[in-house]
Write a protein that binds this ligand. Structure first.
Ligand SMILES: CC(C)(COP(=O)(O)OP(=O)(O)OC[C@H]1O[C@@H](n2cnc3c(N)ncnc32)[C@H](O)[C@@H]1OP(=O)(O)O)[C@@H](O)C(=O)NCCC(=O)NCCS
Length: 168
């Protein structure tokens, strides 16, 4: 299961991605709105365990984003749908060195199409910290509409939704 977006190759994240995942999530700026700061290696391990497990439980999940030109893992993006959560969610995070190149939008656009066309989803939620301007921009460029706000642990979360076009 791979998705070629042109400049990126998206493939399911595996245990082999741990070092890249630990490196990317050790940057406090990358994790600022996701986790209130950097992940320790132990936290990154549990995080990737969660992502790998999600593929087994749901049949879809988080992809490693591989830059085609270098072969490097430059981030992760994909789907989470935990029991008791907000439904089918799309999330994304890139290493800071990969920001400003349009990779996040390129990858998430392909994932939105995949969710609607291959996974037969009708609605995709994006949960974004209200101060996370870059991610809000991505959600809006994906055609997401602000559906509601939630307060969680002193944070203001914006819940965006993308609805499958054309079909009910
Ligand atoms: C969210 C995140 C992935 C966004 O990164 P980003 O670089 O702003 O987004 P993109 O990869 O889509 O790049 C868009 C930028 O690249 C620029 N760009 C450069 N070359 C481009 C190209 N070939 N195509 C498109 N855009 C290009 C665009 O102009 C845009 O810049 P701008 O925002 O100043 O207008 C990144 O900030 C991140 O990883 N943040 C931490 C994790 C996080 O908060 N995740 C969200 C949880 S909800």
């Amino acid at each position: 299961m791979e998705i070629d977006t042109g400049r990126l190759r998206l493939r399911p994240i595996t245990a082999d991605d741990f070092e890249a995942h630990a490196r990317i999530t050790s940057d406090p700026e990358v994790m600022r709105y996701i986790h209130d700061g950097a992940l320790s290696r132990a936290q990154a391990w549990w995080n990737i365990a969660r992502y790998v497990g999600h593929w087994h439980l749901r049949g879809y999940g988080i992809f490693a984003a591989v830059e085609q030109s270098s072969g490097d893992v430059i981030g992760h993006m994909g789907f989470l749908n935990p029991e008791g959560g907000r439904g089918f969610e799309l999330g994304w995070a890139l290493a800071r060195s990969a920001w400003g190149k349009g990779y996040a939008l390129e990858g998430t656009r392909a994932l939105v199409a995949h969710a609607f066309d291959e996974l037969d989803q009708r609605h995709i939620a994006c949960v974004i910290h209200a101060d996370n301007v870059r991610s809000i921009r991505i959600a809006e460029r994906l055609g997401a509409a602000l559906e509601r706000e939630e307060a969680e642990g002193g944070k203001r979360l914006l819940i965006y939704g993308i609805v499958r076009p054309g079909r009910s």
